[in-house]
Design a protein around this ligand. Structure first.
Ligand code: SF4
Length: 612
């Protein structure tokens, strides 16, 4: 199927003299279901709409935004697959010089706060055409929120972008319903009851909504900030969540309940859409994001892990929405027919690989459930944890003609995997490629509790199982632990303890993710307010660049470049005497081997923040 038109010429080749919906995206157009704009464009196209895409327009004037003319129904705007501020700045707020979603990996193809800027240019060009905003940036900034880059509370993005409607979450159902209603003659106001949307308007009838503290209140009080976050978070159950309202001065933000999860049939329909599985041919240079995902397969969406630093609950939701095995195998078969496919699949997974096919076993409880996680602090008695579907999927995928190797590079929850011996065995036997990435993030219980992650004991049990299974198989395999420094609750002393624990375990970490307070997470709420919003307890927060730098250095004790910071941290803690224990005199020379295998087969490298 031809690519979605990106020029009037491409539209006229389809005999279209007008488009119904035009997307404006901060990313290049890659026609693959891993990219939101492509997915939504193909979805709308399959429902009979004429769709076009304007990618990475020059935002300094309105003309590039008029390249496809005036759409009949509305413009759809997305900053891209990442929040534009996350895409442009490091956790230390330094400008990045690359961009995986732009041809040639070049920085600067989209503006900061792209959703706002694009909407503004579109309104200059076509004042009377509705603009619907969506994607990660709009979704996670739908309420008044803390912005790390300005270090202040900002209004809902709807007020700053001056858009007509915001679609949050994955968006297929909401955008289709809005398009169908608009096509039937509805005004934008008449779309204000669509699930998964937010708008500025009138609150619904009393008693049907939950009001959260206003923008002014949460700007003035961190206690109110944490309260607003908690109230909003607990209304994310798609079956029982209430409409949320939040005053901004004398105007009202109204956020409808989330869209219902997609059924397996709907998931299969989405992934069967006629994607070209390639970047648009106009691009002359490689796109890093495409190279990274071109042989990966999405098996499901959603995550019930509830990790505090992850925004999945506020975006994709807690329910696992899985594709059928047949749908996934059909995608693998199509992949294996590509001329460039060499037999290796880089991933079969989703936000958390071992949640494929899982669900809550008590539909009544699920519809009113307000737990943040189905597996923390313990595994809920209602959760069905059988690994049969996930195991069968991997076994069937390996047998597909043309497939030589399949990696599972999505993260796994090892606490859940204690109930999944079959999947664990498949993983260790066939899918690690010698390195298994896991994300303990930290190992001290009072911090993993704040992160809503399992603690040291669970990690150690997992390591023991991994070692023994690898030994049984006669394989030399390694664990790659992902760790976060500077997470709320973590002091310099805690980081030293973690470094000493890792050293005792024989683990070295090559990279550490410095915690970044991105919009929409429990951890970001803690970072800004100093309060765990769910317990109301005060939380220590490392906010200075110096302390964050020292925390990170402690985990990188073995790197010569970090040695002076490690010594500085030890001095600050009054524990200089422990320098030999940590540094052990064995400072690795620059350029030396970065992966070290330890007894019996465990190696460590590591890590960046993942979404688990
Ligand atoms: S009842 Fe238990 S398994 Fe079901 S959704 Fe709630 S926490 Fe998850």
């Amino acid at each position: 199927m031809p690519f979605i038109p990106t020029t009037l010429e491409e539209a006229s080749q389809r005999c279209w003299d007008e488009l119904d919906i035009i997307f404006v995206s901060g990313d290049a157009y890659i026609d693959h279901p891993a990219f939101g704009i492509a997915l939504l464009a193909r979805w709308l196209e399959a429902h009979g709409f004429r769709v076009g895409i304007i990618t990475q327009p020059d935002w300094r004037s309105k003309e590039p935004f008029m390249a496809l003319g005036r759409p009949r129904l509305f413009f759809g705007v997305s900053a891209g697959a990442m929040d534009s501020m996350v895409a442009h700045y490091t956790p230390a707020r330094k400008l990045r010089h690359d961009d995986a979603y732009t041809p040639g990996n070049r920085h600067g193809a989209r503006p900061n706060r792209a959703t706002m800027i694009y909407t503004s240019r579109l309104k200059e060009a076509y004042k009377d055409v509705p603009v619907v905003i969506g994607g990660i940036e709009a979704s996670l900034r739908r309420f008044a929120h803390y912005d790390f880059w300005e270090n202040k509370v900002r209004r809902s993005i709807l007020f700053d972008a001056k858009a007509d409607l915001l679609i949050y979450g994955m968006g297929e159902q909401a955008i289709l319903e809005v398009a169908e209603r608009r096509a039937a003659g509805a005004s934008m106001t008449e779309t204000h009851d669509v699930r998964g949307t937010a708008f500025i308007g009138t609150a619904p009838a009393k008693g049907t909504y939950q009001e959260i503290p206003s923008y002014e209140d949460i700007s003035a009080s961190k206690t109110h900030f944490a309260e607003a976050f908690r109230l909003a978070y607990h209304e994310q159950n798609p079956w029982s969540g209430k409409t949320l309202i939040q005053q901004h001065g004398n105007r009202t933000l109204v956020c409808n309940p989330p869209s219902l999860p997609l059924s397996q049939t709907e998931m299969d329909q989405l992934y069967a859409l006629p994607f070209e599985k390639a970047p648009h041919p106009a691009y002359q240079e490689p796109i890093v994001a495409w190279e990274q995902i071109k042989t990966s397969i999405t098996s499901h969406r959603g995550c019930f892990g509830g990790c505090a630093f992850c925004a999945i609950t506020m975006h994709q939701g807690k329910s696992i929405q899985s594709r059928s095995q047949a749908s996934i195998l059909a995608e693998i078969a199509a992949l294996s027919r590509k001329s460039w496919f060499r037999g290796s699949i880089s991933d079969i997974g989703g936000p958390t690989a071992n949640m494929y096919g899982l669900s809550c076993g008590n539909p009544e409880a699920m519809k009113i459930c307000r737990r943040e996680s189905c597996i923390f602090p313990g595994i809920c008695k209602n959760l069905l944890t059988s690994d049969k579907k996930a195991t069968a999927l991997l076994q069937a995928a390996r047998k597909q003609p043309g497939v030589k190797h399949i990696a599972v590079s999505s993260g796994v929850r090892y606490d859940l995997m204690e109930r999944q011996p079959g999947y664990f065995s498949e993983l260790v036997s066939h899918h690690t490629g010698g390195l298994l990435k896991v994300a303990p993030e930290h190992l001290l219980e009072h911090i993993t509790d704040l992160m809503r992650k399992p603690g040291t004991q669970s990690f150690e049990r997992f390591l023991a199982r991994f070692d023994s299974e690898s030994a049984r198989l006669g394989k030399r395999q390694s664990i790659v632990p992902y760790l976060i420094s500077g997470h709320p609750g973590c002091t310099l002393k805690d980081m030293l303890e973690l470094a000493l624990i890792l050293k005792r375990m024989g683990m070295r970490v090559e990279q550490v993710q410095d915690f970044t307070p991105t919009p929409g997470t429990i951890s970001t709420c803690m970072f800004y307010s100093g309060i765990d919003p769910m317990s109301g307890k005060t939380v220590y927060v490392a906010t200075t660049d110096r302390e964050k730098g020292l925390q990170k250095a402690l985990l990188l004790w073995h790197l010569p470049a970090e040695r002076s910071k490690v010594l500085e941290a030890l001095r600050e803690l009054g524990r200089e005497g422990e320098a030999p224990k940590l540094l052990g005199g064995a400072v690795r020379p620059a350029g030396a081997e970065t992966i070290r295998r330890t007894k019996p087969h465990r190696t460590t490298k590591s890590g960046k923040q993942t979404d688990r």
